[in-house]
Design a protein around this ligand. Structure first.
Ligand code: BQF
Length: 284
């Protein structure tokens, strides 16, 4: 069997078209606004922030960037967050991670007002996700669900295996799948018989951060494989956490890297920012 290649570019474009038309629809009442805070010069982070702002512009979301030097103190960053919390033009605040070592990430994420926390990292939104109540959900897991929905992949009763237990991807992805009535297993570096567990998966989510870690013998015939990894090989090639060439011979459907989950992450950030503005204006 040769797998269907899941086109994240196309699915994310559908999401962005939907966001754009909703932004237009509410434009007489409110213009959604996103503030991006970037501390330091990490090249990948700069690309991500530029990418997010460009996509905001395309759908009519106002965006502003707040670049700060690598040496920024926690207090200086907290005072910027406080200013953005009070700014009525801003409905979403995105603090690009990772932050430099002198700054405690948790203190910053907790300083963002939960109602502007479009990344879904504040403890209040984490709690709401666990409780299956409306709140902001991290963009990458949300993008994965949007993809599965669009493709018509049945989640109810499916065996879903999430490899990786990060707070940003693995754990929230597992919760979202659980809430859609999948039977969810979370695997990680200490899991025994990882390959055997993965082989039971109808839906396999790879969010490990190890290049080409998931091999063909870890995948059930016909499974839907979602690759969250973005890894640079020594030869400069960009690859996911899945050995795409080999796994595509076994999977039913598989996301490529790049052009899979990545673009969905950005689209869901736009969607969350729109949602935030609608809540502010009493439109949702
Ligand atoms: C694509 C991210 C690790 C750590 C912090 C499109 C993005 C990536 C890939 C992107 C990511 C990853 C983002 C593609 C945002 C996703 O075409 O494959 C878009 O911009 N992402 C981030 O902001 O912080 C990260 C990964």
């Amino acid at each position: 069997m040769s797998a269907k290649r899941i086109d994240g570019k196309m699915i994310s474009q559908q999401v962005r078209i939907r966001v754009k038309s909703e932004v237009e629809k509410i434009s007489d009442r409110i213009t959604p606004g996103l503030a991006a805070v970037l501390v330091g010069e990490d090249p990948a982070s700069r690309i991500y922030v530029r990418n997010k702002r460009k996509k905001c512009e395309e759908v009519g979301i106002y965006s502003e960037e707040h670049p700060l030097p690598e040496s920024t103190s926690e207090d200086a960053l907290l005072s910027l967050i406080d200013k953005l919390n009070q700014d009525p033009k801003i409905h979403g605040i995105l603090v690009q991670l990772p932050l430099p070592d002198q700054i405690q990430e948790r203190r910053i994420l907790e300083a963002v007002l939960p109602e502007k926390d479009v990344d879904g990292f504040h403890y209040l939104n984490v709690g709401k996700l666990v409780a299956n109540e409306p709140g902001f959900v991290p963009c990458t897991p949300l993008g994965i669900i949007e993809m599965l929905n669009t493709l018509g992949v049945e989640m109810k009763g499916a065996n879903a295996v999430v490899v990786g237990r990060s707070n940003i991807v693995g754990k929230p992805a597992a919760l979202l799948l659980l809430h859609r009535h999948a039977t969810v297993t979370i695997c990680h570096s200490r899991t025994k018989n990882l390959a055997a567990v993965c082989r039971e998966a109808d839906i396999l989510i790879a969010a490990i951060g190890k290049p080409q870690f998931i091999k063909a013998d870890m995948v059930k015939e016909g499974a839907t494989v979602i690759d969250v990894g973005i890894n640079r090989l020594p030869d400069g090639r960009l690859v996911g956490d899945v050995d795409f060439e080999a796994v595509q011979e076994r999977a039913g459907a598989i996301t490529p890297v790049p052009g899979g989950v990545g673009p969905m992450t950005i689209a869901m950030l736009l969607s969350n920012t729109l949602q935030s503005a609608k809540w502010t204006a009493g439109l949702a």
